[in-house]
Structures are given as C-alpha cells and as structure tokens.
Design a protein around this ligand. Sequence first.
Ligand SMILES: [Mn+2]
Length: 328
Amino acid sequence: MTPTSNDPTLAVVRLRRARRVLLTCHRNPDGDAIGSELALAELASSFGVESVIVNRDPAPVTLSELPGVGTVMVAETLPDDFPEGYDLVITVECPELERAGFNGLDQAPILNIDHHRANPAYGEVNYLDEEAPAVGEMVWAMFKAAGVEPSVEAATNTYVALATDTGDFCYSNARPRAFRAAAEMVERGADPPTISEWVHDGRTEASVRLLGEALKNLRFGCDGRFASLAVDEEAFARAGADSTDTDEIINIPRAIGGVEAVVFCKQWEPGLVKVSFRSRGRVDVCSVAASFGGGGHTNAAGCTFKTDLETARRQVETSLTELLGGQG
Ligand SMILES: [Mn+2]
C-alpha cells in the first residue's frame, strides 16, 4: 500500500528527505505543469534539496516569461546521470507515468502529484486531489504545510498555473478554493494583469495563422451544441506552426452562443492525432476522452488516436453526439 493523500504534508515530508530531485510533467506542458514545476523547484531549494526540471516537450511561447523558465530543460531522454544522481522523481500531473514521455523514470522513487481523475497512485508517495483546481494550488498548499514563505516568483508561477487551469477563473473548477488561493498568491506578489498579458497577448504569429487554418473546417453537431476543429500536418506547415502553437485555439468556438463542447483534433505527425476537449458546466468531456484511453477533468480533457485525422475526428464527434443527446 503506497501512501496516498490529498493532504500536502506527506509530499512535503518526502521532498524534504530527498537530496536531488528530477522534476518532470506531462508531454506538451501547459501553464499548470510548468508553473507547478518551477514553484516545486523553489520549495525544494528552500529545503536545501537540489532539483532539475526535465520535460519531453517545450513549453508554449505564452509561458516564456515565467520566472525561472530558463532552467527548464527539454530532452528526448533522461539525463545521463539518471538514476544514479537522483533520489527522487516528482511527476507533475501525469495521470499515468507514461504521460511524461520518458522511459525508465521508475528507476528512482516517485512522488506523484496530480489533480486528474483516476490517477492510479503509481508513486512511492502520491499527493492526489481531484478536487484541486490546479496542481499549482496543491503546490501552494505544500508551501503552507511546510511553513515556507513563497517568494514573488513562486506566487507568480502558481498563479499562472491556477489562472490557466481555471480558464481565468471561468471554468467549473473556479470554486471558492481557487479564489482563496489566488487571493493569497496576489497578496504574495503575483500580478494578474501582467500574467494575463503573458498568457493571452504573447501569442505567436504562427498560432494565429493556425487558428485560421482550424476555422476553415469548423463544423458543428447536435444542432450547434458542439463545435469541432481540426488541423493536419499540411495546415501546421502552411501556418509555420508546431505543437506549441495550438493553445487557446479551442477557446474560440467555445465562445459561440449555444456551444457546450468543443473538440480540437491535431495531427502534426503521421498516424498520430492529439485530441483536446473543452466544455461548459456539467458536460463531462472527460468521460468521452476516457472512453478513448485519455483523461482529464470534466470541462477540459484529451486523448490520443493512432489513426488518420478524419477517422479520429468522426469517432469523437459521434461520442459527443451521444453524450449531448443523452443530456437532452
Ligand atoms: Mn492541471
């Protein structure tokens, strides 16, 4: 029986015991993943614990202003001194260990920190809280449990995590707990207008061109209750875009009146389709993602298909039709 708790104390105790930690997160990291990693690195350092952040994929350019983001390494394989040089791995929101995209992570003890549904607690210690609005909020709770005063940088990074995962405090996970943590982060120096500018106004030209490509084939289902978008390799090439340019595109059709769910299918390498879902209120897109082997949260989820773009798109559209049809 591995220790599993939604209380930050176990995680704090385990981190304190470490000497050198490898921090990593899921592939195609978002604001919650990167912000949480950076804040965890600061917490580790306050304990005198060394840490190295290694991710499989680069962060989107909208996160390039985050304090300390320059220390995040991107690599296809684990560092040469792994596992010998480390006595702990921390996985940040990886509902399965494979999500990190590295082989051999389990050669060191794992502290598993996540707020996704159905994380199987694969770590030596598991700090899991499905009710948490963001992992950044869970990391913030670790600072408090440890009695460590977070710096402006930690407040900023955890605020980025929280603001991006709650859709600027508009998704259904924007409950009092999210606002309480946000208030504390702002008290500690996080600056919402600056952060909003980083996250929303730091887009690349390529990402806007990719939006144009995606909108060309916008279609609807269930009498306009869901919208569907797709971009294939050629669209990525025409836009000059890569996997880091796909952020935010899914939120555009979500703003259309009457649309309750959006699916965005992306194919940037042959035979592999990444699918993202967003929804409103009680429309549970996680259940759709999970039926295809993915996961996430009620209003934001994802899955992967090993097939061609149109096949994947048809399958998820059929599932969304069933989901929304069932909810009448
Ligand atoms: Mn998250």
